[in-house]
Structures are given as structure tokens and as C-alpha cells.
Design a protein around this ligand. Structure first.
Ligand code: ATP
Ligand code: MG
Length: 305
């Protein structure tokens, strides 16, 4: 066991005991731990205490804390260690959707729909809470392994709250998932973070189906990194994608993708329209469509919002 407090921040902690390292992210690392007071397992994200990251970290905590939803990893508490700020949250044991899709080489359409439905309910709830996620991607979508795996969104590091923070204007997110208006946003120009989230959900659907990025091509791998990025961003701007020829996808599903991957945000399908689309509503479990409004009413009554 490493005694260095920079690498092992839970060393000697009265409440949490480290189980193992889970992942290393851009701003820090994530460990699996046990809450000794309850025996419950948690994931703890450690972010180095420094000035530069504080803007995003503050948003991550303020926004994430308010989001209480079956498809969002619940934030439990925030505490400080000698070198880190620690965010303790619900532990999702099934890995992330990126790993699942990479292993599968592309999910069957009905499995992709199952995850997509859950994703849309999670993002719809965030939007109704006034939070745009701005980093919707497979790696930020965790799995809980039950008979049919459930998803839980985990990362609100780039999220934006419409009530307390200015309109989104910065180019945050992950390049392959960026909407055209986010790429072309210039200084001082803002975009609708919610519509940009809709675009990223479309990219997620494409990746789930094909295990490839819609605006990347296998032949790009021969290009230099900067050139690869340039080519991909140009394809996003001109919405230049097609499904791999060997992948069989229903016309309804192609229609939904076509309505999501629209360059002009005002012409793009909305969250509410997605939830009425024929492909989306197929095999939707009973009562699920009412879940968000019931949750929001409950939370409003309890004064959570
Ligand atoms: P990145 O910049 O790579 O996205 P990040 O710093 O934004 O990382 P997160 O996305 O929140 O951090 O977490 C990184 C990874 O840690 C996740 O992809 C997942 O593998 C693991 N992880 C995070 N939270 C949890 C959790 N609650 N339960 C289980 N694993 C988790
Ligand atoms: Mg992340």
C-alpha cells in the first residue's frame, strides 16, 4: 500500500477505505472505496487542489449535487484531503459504455435503443433542472449490471447551469461529440448547450450501433494527429457521415439519426420530439415516459430544486 498522500489520499481516513484504483481522468483520478460507517461502496474522484481547475470543479459539484435521478450517479459528499478535493459518489460496478461497445464491435439495434432511452431520460431531466451536460459520451456513461444493464451518467465537469452561469460560449467537450455550433462558436458568441447535448446524444447512438465515430473514418488513422482533427471537424461542420455499409439499421433509426445530426440547432429535433419519435417509443417499459415529470414534481415538493 502506498503511503504517499498525493497518490493515496484516503490513507488513515476515518470514514472511507480505498479498495482499488478505477481510472485516471484529465483532472485527477477515481478510486473505489468503502464507506466504513455503512459498508456501502462508493467511487471517489480526487481532483488536485489548485486554482486552474476550480471553475469547472465548482460547477461539477454545484450542478451534480442537485441531480437526483435513477440514471445519474448520485453525488454523496465532497471533502478535502491534504492535496485533493474529493467527490464521493454512488459506485457503478459495470464499467462504462465505451468498454461495452468496443468489446461488442457495435450493439444490436434493440440494445442501443435500451441505452439510448435511458440516456435521453437522464439528459431530459438535467435540462429540466436547468443543467446542460456538455460532455455526453460513452466514457461518461457508466453501467450497473442487472438483468438488463442500467446506465448512470457520471461526469458533470463541463456542465452549465442556465440560472446561475452565463450562456455557454466556450468550446468544451470531446471533439468527436461536438456539435457544429460549438466548433464554430467564436469568442463572445454563445450557443444553446441543450441543443448541443441533443447532437452529442446522436453521436452516442451512432457509436453504440457501429463502434465507430460518425465523423472519423478508419482511413484517417494514417494522418498526423492535427490533420486528423481538422478533417473530423470539417466533416462535423458539413454533417458528412454515413453508417458503415456492413451495419444493418432500421429506417426508423436512420430517420432519428438524420433528425438529430442537423447542423442548424433551431432545425434540430428537440428532447421532447425525440421522446415521441417512433424508434424511441418502441419497447419503452410501461410508465417510464412519466418518470421525469413525477420525479421533478416530487423533488419540487420536497424543496430539492
Ligand atoms: P475524463 O476526463 O477521462 O472524462 P474525468 O476526470 O472527467 O475523466 P469521470 O469521467 O468522472 O472523470 O470519471 C473517469 C472514469 O472513472 C469513468 O469513465 C469511470 O471509468 C470511472 N468512474 C467515475 N465515476 C465512477 C463511479 N461513480 N462508479 C464507477 N466508476 C466511476
Ligand atoms: Mg469523464
Amino acid at each position: 500500500m502506498n503511503n504517499n498522500p498525493e497518490l493515496n489520499p484516503l490513507q488513515g481516513h476515518p470514514k472511507y477505505q480505498k479498495i482499488r484504483d478505477l481510472d485516471k481522468g484529465t483532472f485527477g483520478f477515481v478510486q473505489q472505496a468503502v464507506d466504513l460507517t455503512t459498508g456501502e461502496q462508493v467511487a471517489i474522484k480526487f481532483i488536485e487542489r489548485s486554482q486552474e481547475v476550480s471553475k469547472y470543479v465548482e460547477r461539477e459539484i454545484l450542478n451534480h449535487k442537485r441531480l437526483i435521478h435513477p440514471h445519474i450517479v448520485q453525488l454523496k459528499e465532497v471533502f478535502l484531503t491534504q492535496h485533493h478535493l474529493a467527490i464521493a459518489m454512488e459506485y457503478a460496478a459495470g464499467g462504462n459504455l465505451y468498454q461495452l461497445v468496443a468489446k461488442s464491435g457495435g450493439l444490436p439495434e434493440q440494445d442501443a435503443r435500451w441505452y439510448f432511452q435511458q440516456l435521453i431520460f437522464a439528459i431530459d431531466y438535467c435540462h429540466k433542472m436547468g443543467v446542460a451536460n456538455r460532455d455526453v459520451k460513452l466514457e461518461n456513461t457508466l453501467l450497473v449490471s442487472t438483468a438488463r444493464p442500467l446506465i448512470k451518467l457520471c461526469d458533470f465537469g463541463y456542465s452549465k447551469d442556465e440560472k446561475f452561469q452565463s450562456a455557454p460560449g466556450s468550446k468544451v467537450g470531446t471533439p468527436a461529440y461536438l456539435a457544429p455550433e460549438v466548433i464554430s462558436a467564436t469568442r463572445g458568441k454563445t450557443y444553446d448547450g441543450k441543443s448541443a447535448d441533443v447532437w452529442s446524444c446522436g453521436v452516442m447512438l451512432y457509436v453504440m450501433l457501429s463502434a465507430q465515430y460518425p465523423f472519423g473514418r478508419p482511413e484517417d488513422s494514417g494522418l498526423k494527429t492535427a490533420r486528423q482533427m481538422h478533417v473530423m471537424l470539417q466533416r462535423i461542420l458539413s454533417v458528412d457521415y454515413r453508417l458503415p455499409p456492413n451495419k444493418v439499421v432500421s429506417d426508423e433509426c436512420k430517420d432519428l439519426l438524420r433528425q438529430i445530426l442537423v447542423a442548424e440547432p433551431s432545425e434540430r429535433i428537440t428532447m421532447a420530439e425525440i421522446q415521441r419519435h417512433p424508434w424511441f417509443v418502441r419497447d419503452l417499459p410501461e410508465g417510464v415516459a412519466q418518470m421525469n415529470s413525477a420525479l421533478l414534481a416530487q423533488q419540487q415538493a420536497a424543496g430539492v430544486q
